[in-house]
Design a protein around this ligand. Structure first.
Ligand code: AMP
Ligand code: GLY
Length: 426
């Protein structure tokens, strides 16, 4: 099978790394990719948002399966355009991808399917938004309705903070047109976990659960990011919880989307809060998580490619995935300034000093080739990923590799998986 992966971040490196190991993969292309991906795939300089360019590329190269990493091309209708051209695609149609691109749509699906989630309202008028926040004593999450790369959310504890966040989005347009409408939710209490399923429109296969670290600072402080590290499995999501998520969240969402004429084919990601009343949905994404994909795929023992292809064909029957009992952990190395505006072009040193093996791989994200060097080109630069016989060993191995890598202004959290370790010592 000739495969094209769309995107150029850490998630796409993990996808390419795994797909390249498949005996079913005859040739692997990635657009636009990055220098890490270049080791396992042929890079083609077409941007991930260039829908026409990607369809042309897939046709010219006679691609059998396109695997879409990021949300943006999905919300621009890449899957629809590929379907029209008769090319198989792992990734939902634009209509189904609204599960991510419109928080208001996702909330509607949850309401109609009876999926547990936070009480919410959708507002364009600041005064009404503030009244809703006041009903929850200012303990709310204020969210830009459109895509804001995981950063358009402010969680507040007091009414003045809630009002400031509402004004910033609705009046100050801090997130541009993505913030013209806001969703305001009651603040949920508990531990977060991510569960991702491969979906064929009707059936689904659940991947191993993971826990992300959204805040930039250690101890979960500072602003939200795309994710500073992740690990899998997580004690926050026991097998019994995973079954509840499949039965009460993923199943109902897949059935509701299908019933509403928007069958979902691709990766459906549920971001969950494990509350005292059970798991509740914080958000859905229409793609694999980043960085969650990195530790999840590091544990996947089965061949991923036939599963992606089966989901894209609409027939996951008989597909089962098995995961190594060895935990995996990813530490994100981020550029100076992240999650704000970042400096780029800093040389990345020490990559050659890291000896990769079956249990250690450095996934590239915001890197680019500059002559013979690798330089930073984005907020999240690398995702150092290790497996171990237990989580402690995975952590030690990942951080030992991080010590060898350096670039100016490099930031990392030294406490990835801290919640799991805190439980061990309870
Ligand atoms: P989202 O983009 O919707 O995933 O939100 C980003 C982050 O904000 C989440 O990972 C949570 O940490 C936090 N968050 C979002 N909604 C809520 C909520 N209703 N209650 C508590 N925290 C939330
Ligand atoms: N790591 C969270 C996400 O991919 O949205």
């Amino acid at each position: 099978m000739k495969v094209l992966v769309v995107g150029g971040g850490g998630r796409e490196h993990a996808l390419c790394w795994k797909i390249a190991q498949s005996p079913r993969c005859s040739e692997l292309l990635c657009a636009p990719g990055n220098p890490g991906i270049a080791k396992v795939a042929r890079l083609v300089p077409v941007a991930a948002e260039d829908v026409d360019g990607l369809v042309r590329l897939a046709k010219e190269e006679a691609i059998d399966l396109v695997v879409v990493g990021p949300e943006k091309p999905l919300s621009l209708g890449l899957a629809d355009a590929l379907a029209e051209a008769g090319i198989r695609c792992f990734g939902p149609s634009r209509a189904a991808a609204e599960m991510e691109s419109s928080k208001a749509f996702a909330k509607g699906i949850m309401e109609r399917a009876g999926i547990p989630t936070a009480a919410f309202g959708v507002f364009e008028d600041p005064a009404e938004a503030k009244a809703f926040a006041a009903n929850h004593a200012g303990r709310v999450a204020v969210k830009a309705d459109g895509l804001a790369a995981g950063k358009g959310v402010v969680v507040t504890e007091t009414q003045p903070d809630a009002e400031a966040a509402i004004d910033e989005m609705l009046v100050g347009r801090a997130f541009g047109s993505a913030g013209a409408r806001v969703v305001i939710e009651e603040k949920l209490e508990g531990e977060e976990a991510s569960v991702i399923a491969l979906v064929d429109g009707e059936r689904f296969v659940v991947l191993a659960p993971a826990q992300d670290h959204k805040r930039v600072g250690e101890g979960d402080t500072g602003p939200n990011t795309g994710g500073m590290g992740a690990y899998s499995p997580t004690p926050a999501m026991k097998d019994a919880d995973l079954q509840i998520v499949a039965d009460r969240v993923l199943g109902p969402a897949v059935r509701q989307l299908r019933a509403e004429g928007r069958p979902f084919r691709g990766a459906l990601y549920a971001g969950l809060m494990m509350t005292a009343q059970g798991p509740k949905v914080i958000e859905f994404n229409a793609r694999l998580g980043d960085p969650e994909t990195q530790p999840i795929l590091a544990r996947l023992e089965s061949d991923l490619l036939p599963a992606l292809d089966a989901a894209a064909r609409g027939d996951l029957r008989g597909v089962e995935l098995s995961f190594s009992p060895k935990p995996a952990l990813t530490v994100v190395l981020a550029a100076a300034g992240y999650p704000g505006s970042v400096r780029t072009g800093d040389p990345v040193e020490g990559l050659d000093a890291v000896e990769e093996d079956a249990d250690l791989v450095v996934f590239h994200a915001g890197t680019k080739a500059d002559g013979g060097r690798v330089v930073t080109s984005g907020g999240r630069v690398l995702g150092v990923t290790a497996r171990g016989k237990d989580l402690g060993e995975a952590r030690a191995k990942a951080y030992a590799a991080c010590e060898k890598i350096h670039f100016a202004g490099m930031q990392l959290r030294r406490d990835i998986a801290h919640r799991a370790f805190a439980k061990e010592t309870e």
